[in-house]
Design a protein around this ligand. Sequence first.
Ligand code: UDP
Length: 372
Amino acid sequence: MKKIVFITGTRADFSKIKSLMIEIEKSNEFELFIFVTGMHMSKNFGYTAKEIYKSGFKNIYEFINHDKYYQMPAALASTIDGFSKFVNEIEPDLIVVHGDRIEPLAGALVGVLNNILVAHIEGGELSGTIDDSIRHSISKLAQIHLVNDELAKKRLIQLGEDKNSIFIIGSPDLDILSDNSISIEEAKAYYDITFKNYAIATFHPVVTELEFIKEQSEKFVNALIKSKKNYIVIYPNNDLGFEFILKSYEKLQNLSYFKIFPSLRFEYFITLLKNADFIIGNSSCILKEAVFLGVDGINIGSRQQKRNGLNKVMQSSYESDEILKAIQKVKKKEKTIHKKIKEKSSAKFIKLLKSGIFFKISKQKMFKDLKI
Ligand code: UDP
């Protein structure tokens, strides 16, 4: 049996790779191993490793890559070290990483430096922040690319990647969106949410705007308070500057129209999102899941400035007044699911994996020049 290792560091990547891991776990040709680290292991961020256990996976390995004061460079170094030891023990045939954070970067480096194939999911995307640099770096390390669409494929070709190593499988998190069976009553009961109507708010730091994050998050919080609506507020990720955002949320702590959570289980989050009046902040799910589910989105600031689909959501600067105006513009409407999925990402992924094509790809990459 070929051994496949996935590395996951946050709810953000787990929600996207879960459906792929389920397919591997079901098959009798492959053995799945999951290396769980990063925010998943942090009590302060809700110890989301528990979600991975609840999903029923068997070979789960936990690794704490940070200390109390999360430092990204130190966490990267620690993940390289810990994952390297893990990989030397397991000797996988393939390492699968997703996205644009330090854990997949560590995973890809460890793979390449140990002569192990690395597949990267959702390369070739753009968001418009430091995440782009990390995502492209991972793509330059991985020998196999599993991308969303033609545009992402073209960008990877522009980065010098071989077109024969790029496979379009679509966005795996949409698999779970279309299958989700959690009812709104269940989701509200699970998180003790008593609001009839509510919106979801989630705001992450933009590392290159570090000196402004305190002010930005205070303005964000003030606009939410002034809007007099009910909100489910979700903690940011642990990128540099997250403490400023958490500090500004202290103001919301005792207000009955705010419910604050470090993180919600993906399926429950999706049900709550589907039934929300709108979602506000700078999370990627404003442009992905919310657009897919037909939920109004208000995207704030620069974090998603290069994402596809910006024309489908409202935009606001970081100014309280502008945020408030955008909130007041949201009209209640019938929600329609925009796209129909013909073939799930996970089905495409497992078909490719079983075909053996990944294992024929050379570990020695060659830069492909564009014809000039
Ligand atoms: N998400 C989740 N639970 C939450 C908040 C988000 O499962 O409480 C999912 C969300 O649907 C998205 C992913 O996590 O697919 C990442 O969202 P997040 O805002 O954390 O990060 P981003 O992608 O903007 O970096």
